[in-house]
Design a protein around this ligand. Structure first.
Ligand code: UDP
Ligand code: MG
Length: 312
């Protein structure tokens, strides 16, 4: 018998637990036919609603269901990592609890790995129907930008919904970084990957856990985790301003020797502008360096990615 582990990060998803379970179990017949058993890992990311008690209700009915409960909210990245760490399956899937990742795709994903020889099957939504327009706009810009800055391919519209072989999961687990950006990590490890596309599905119940600013911060984390281009841009700016300064010095000397400026008064306004602008650029660049330093600081501390409060 093979084993399929399904990892479900949950943060205040009380309305969705049972719906998700029922929807997933529609695949039971198919997987039984393939000789594959289920293992369901709900990762409670510090929920404050009835998520935990609902999962416990499922555990009482079905012994294939497991729960890992965090001591507080550590974020979806930590929840996914915890799930991968605990999953015992030969095949491992990560899915959202809100049914935006259709469980009906699982059989097709399974076939790609078991029969077509892929190591991972990822999903991508082809549109962003139902999403606020500003969010879609910035999301598109983010993917354009990050793909210019890094060699790792980060696909627009890619979801974290993915089925992986054991080999693939072990590769992900070998990346123990603290600042995790899975969309990049999945691409970085390589292997043979297949993409499935589907139309965006709107969340059935509950609300999205991602505010615009939470997403913005996540985007910055992603760029910093997979690119050092901002550091290179900072040094390039330094060089650029040196060249400009050098040209100015020469021009000023030439003017002094030819036309002259006896009172040295002309140009104080432009001088003030230049000083303000250049010191702004300097502070910005120091800030960029500081951001990388702070990420390195967190890595060096080697804090655990999550703390488990309860495991069932
Ligand atoms: N999630 C989590 N921790 C968080 C935020 C979200 O475990 O801090 C889970 C959430 O319960 C859901 C999945 O991650 O199962 C995706 O979240 P959501 O649907 O809010 O994101 P969206 O689909 O809007 O991008
Ligand atoms: Mg969602």
């Amino acid at each position: 018998m093979g084993l399929l582990s399904v990892i479900v990060p949950c943060f205040n998803e009380q309305e969705n637990i049972f719906d998700f379970y029922n929807e997933l179990m529609k695949n039971e017949e198919f997987f039984k036919g393939q000789g594959v058993d289920f293992e369901l890992l709900f990762i409670d990311d510090g929920s404050t609603d009835k998520t935990v008690s609902n999962v416990k209700e499922l555990i009482a009915k079905d012994k294939r269901v497991h729960l890992i409960s965090f001591s507080r909210n550590f974020g979806k990245e930590a929840a996914m990592y915890a799930g991968l760490n605990c999953a015992k399956g030969d095949y491992v899937a990560i899915m959202d609890c809100d049914l935006q990742d259709p469980p009906a795709l699982l059989p097709e994903m399974y076939r790609a790995i078991a029969q077509e020889g892929y190591d991972s099957v990822a999903t991508r939504r082809v549109n962003r129907k139902g999403e606020p327009p500003i969010r879609s706009f910035f999301a598109r810009k983010f993917y354009k930008l990050i793909n210019k800055m890094t060699k790792t391919e980060i696909v627009d519209g890619a979801r974290d919904y993915r089925l992986m072989s054991r080999k693939f999961v072990d590769a992900i687990l070998s990346m123990k970084e603290y600042n995790r950006f899975s969309k990049g990590i999945f691409g970085w490890v390589g292997f043979k990957n297949k993409w499935l596309e589907f139309e965006n599905i709107e969340r059935k119940k509950g609300e999205t856990k991602w505010s615009f600013w939470k997403l913005f911060a996540y985007a910055i984390d992603g760029i910093m985790a997979f690119s050092t281009a901002p550091l290179a841009i900072a040094s390039f700016l330094g060089l650029f301003f040196c060249v400009v300064a050098f040209i100015f010095i020469i021009l000023i000397i030439i003017r002094q020797q030819t036309v002259g400026d006896p009172h040295n008064l002309v140009g104080w306004a432009s001088m003030a502008c230049i000083i303000l602008f250049v010191s702004g650029v300097q502070l910005f660049c120091v800030g960029v360096v500081g951001q990388y330093l702070s990420k390195a600081y967190l890595e060096v501390k080697q804090r655990p990615l999550y703390i488990v409060k309860e495991e069932l």
